[in-house]
Ligand binder design. Structure first.
Ligand code: ZN
Length: 339
């Protein structure tokens, strides 16, 4: 088969690779219905995150089970499944506490921008869609559950969004936009989305944003204070990962409020004393998507949410390099790839 490999900054190739096969008895091999390019793929694509050599790419996936290893019990060939970007046995202590992305058997998925994919810990990682294969129109939304929605949901959950909360979302990438959707589902009364791009502002409003703030940095914090009678927000979802976005998130939170941070930090540093006097809860990390998957799949299947709207570009998988370019240049929010 052919798969996606990053060779260096801006250098994405779709090239011949070995077909995935069962290696461990707990593995499954999937034939993917769809995959996509993640905002986090842009860190190495832009050369901000160094790679050691040619690196297979992709960690978001859904599709049909082709084959399972001898120790796999609940996952069966023919099922349509969605899995997390982090593998988990779903049985260890961390998994039972709901932190499957810290599982003792965690591996971060790679190689999903390909037609076939090996998934370790199949029983713990994959969730079959109830009622068999979904209609084709639902596939983008199911794919979104694999990472981008699950991550936005975790940001809202970690930021303690409750019915009646005021939530701020920092970042108008796909995760931020789905953070808006998640905060809405959790009952936030007011949702302030930070965005400067018209198409993204529009989608944010569609997902439930009540206010848009286009300012950044100190000005953004001042604007949020204005909008919240000088108090600050109960919950702030940090969905970027830069020092500026993190300080903006902390600055926009009221004393006693919560920051849920899911942007992979790049160059973020804190002064202990500064943090001490802020009085904010910080909770974040790689989202335990597996914890939320059954619920998110249900919300998609019963038509409550349509997170697949973040895919504003669909390409055949072999044009994956164009998907990266479009996202890098912010011509696309998120690129869906069809094998
Ligand atoms: Zn575990």
């Amino acid at each position: 088969m052919k798969g996606t490999v990053l060779y260096g900054p801006g250098d994405i190739r779709f090239e011949d690779r070995e077909d995935p096969k069962i290696i461990e008895p707990t593995d499954a091999v999937l034939r993917l219905a769809a995959t996509c390019v993640c905002g986090s793929d842009l860190w190495p694509y832009r050369g901000i995150e160094k790679i050691k050599g040619p690196t297979p790419m992709g960690h978001e996936y859904c599709g049909f089970v082709e084959e399972v290893g001898s120790a796999v019990k609940s996952i069966k060939p023919g099922q349509f499944v969605v899995g997390s970007f982090a593998t988990s046995d779903n049985t260890c202590a961390h998994c039972r506490y709901g932190y499957q992305s810290s599982c003792v058997h965690r591996e971060f998925m790679l190689r999903a921008q390909a037609p076939f994919l090996r998934v370790p810990q199949a029983d713990g990682t994959l969730v079959p869609t109830p009622g068999g294969a979904p209609s084709d129109g639902l596939i983008p939304s199911l794919l979104a559950c694999s990472d981008v929605l699950g991550t936005g949901w975790f940001a809202a959950d970690a930021a303690n969004v409750k019915p009646g909360s005021t939530a701020v979302v920092v970042g108008d990438g796909a995760v931020g936009l789905l953070g808006v959707l998640s905060a809405k589902q959790m009952g936030a009364e007011r949702i302030i989305a930070m965005s400067r791009h018209e198409s993204r502002q529009k989608l944010a409003r569609e997902f439930g944003a009540t206010d848009i703030v286009a300012e950044r940095g100190e000005e953004a914090v001042a604007r949020i204070k204005d909008l919240t009678k000088g108090i600050g927000a109960d919950s702030v979802l940090e969905c970027v990962g830069t020092k500026e976005s993190m300080m903006q998130a902390i600055g926009a939170t009221r004393p006693g409020g919560y920051v849920g941070y899911v942007g992979v930090p790049h160059g973020v540093e804190f002064k202990g004393e500064e943090l001490f006097y802020r009085h904010v809860h910080l909770h974040g990390g790689p989202a335990p998507v597996r914890r939320y998957l059954p619920k998110l799949i249900d919300l998609v299947l019963n038509g409550t949410i349509n997170p697949g709207k973040v895919f504003d570009l669909t390409l055949p998988l072999e044009q994956v390099a164009e998907g990266y370019r479009a996202m890098d240049e912010r011509r696309a929010i998120k690129a869906l790839l069809r094998p």
